[in-house]
Design a binder for this molecule. Structure first.
Ligand code: HSE
Length: 308
């Protein structure tokens, strides 16, 4: 049997103003898994491509393996012979939700293999098992969108979510400068307390951002997309952050901030034409400073994980 192949996309965690509670899926990059009948009882990770030897083939220590196994146990299929081939097509520690995409692909692959015993939203807790292994913290801002697509808003410390609708034309620009930032380190530098003034300001910004999305009001989206709490603390980990952000805004971006824990940066544009201009301007700043980048332009990916 040649097996089936699934895809789980990258995502922008936080979207600036929604630290740990809001995220959006993009069309690519993403991770793929081929799942087929295995040679021995239980789940085996037979091959991993594209990881340069960095990922464990031990199921319990692998993000995709962990989420897949959690679902197999739940379904009472722990002893079924299953083989995974993992195609890691996303950069590590990039701020693009790489571990989340693997975790989602693992659970999604098992569900497809067993002919969809669970609905997609029901896979969320299983995908979270893999993500928790990778990040050590509980936040579904990458896993949720990678699985379910769209822009999702989560309740604090919970898997309760609401889908936020976005206006037509809204386009995401994501630039990945080729440096690595460990999420754990980018979390460790954050202050655990903020002032009342900061709380009020960020609440207003998040409220405006969401209102702008729901009403299709680009001005309101732009006014809201200002992270005054996390970005000032993390931006120092990203070389030339301020220059790159300025170039995005000067080129017409509604806003620009850090994707997830960084180093990737994202900008939001009103249409693909402006998005291309913004993308070129951001890339130019990095390349002028001898930092290689990979860039992505994408609408919101409303599908999330899919069977290929
Ligand atoms: N919300 C997370 C963070 C996303 O910013 O640390 C990174 O996985």
């Amino acid at each position: 049997m040649s097996g089936i192949k699934v895809f789980a996309p990258a995502s922008i965690g936080n979207i600036g103003v929604g630290f740990d509670i809001m995220g959006a899926a993009i069309n690519n990059p993403g991770d793929e898994i081929v799942v087929k009948k295995g040679a021995a009882p239980g789940l085996t990770i037979d091959k991993i491509f594209g990881d340069h030897g960095r990922l464990s083939k031990e199921v319990e220590k692998n993000t995709a393996g962990k989420s897949a196994l959690a679902l197999m146990k739940y379904l009472g299929k722990e002893e079924e012979p299953i083989s995974f081939e993992i195609y890691k097509k996303m950069p590590f520690s990039s701020g693009l939700g790489s571990s989340a995409a693997s975790a989602v692909a693992g659970a999604f692959a098992i569900n497809e293999y067993f002919k969809r015993p669970l609905s997609k939203p029901e896979l969320l807790p299983f995908a979270m098992e893999g993500e928790k292994l990778a990040s050590g913290a509980f936040h579904a801002d990458n896993v949720g969108p990678s699985l379910l697509g769209g822009i999702l808003l989560f309740e604090y410390n919970s898997l309760y979510y609401q889908r936020l609708y976005s206006p037509e034309g809204l386009t995401l620009v994501v630039i990945h400068p080729q440096i690595e930032i460990l999420t754990s380190e980018a979390r460790a530098i954050l202050k655990s307390e903020i002032s009342l003034k900061s709380h009020v300001e960020q609440s207003a910004n998040l409220g405006l951002f969401i209102t702008g999305l729901m009403k299709g009001d680009f001005e309101c989206i732009g006014r809201g997309l200002k992270d005054i709490i996390i970005e000032p603390q993390r931006s120092k980990l990203i070389p030339f952050f301020e220059d790159v952000k300025k170039s995005a805004i000067d080129s017409g971006a509604l806003g620009c901030s850090i994707s997830g824990a960084g180093p990737s940066m994202f900008a939001i544009a009103q249409n693909t034409f402006t998005a291309e201009r913004i993308c070129n301007a951001m890339v130019e700043i990095f390349s002028k400073n001898k930092i290689q980048t990979t860039s992505y332009i994408s609408p919101i990916n409303n599908e999330g994980a899919i069977l290929l």
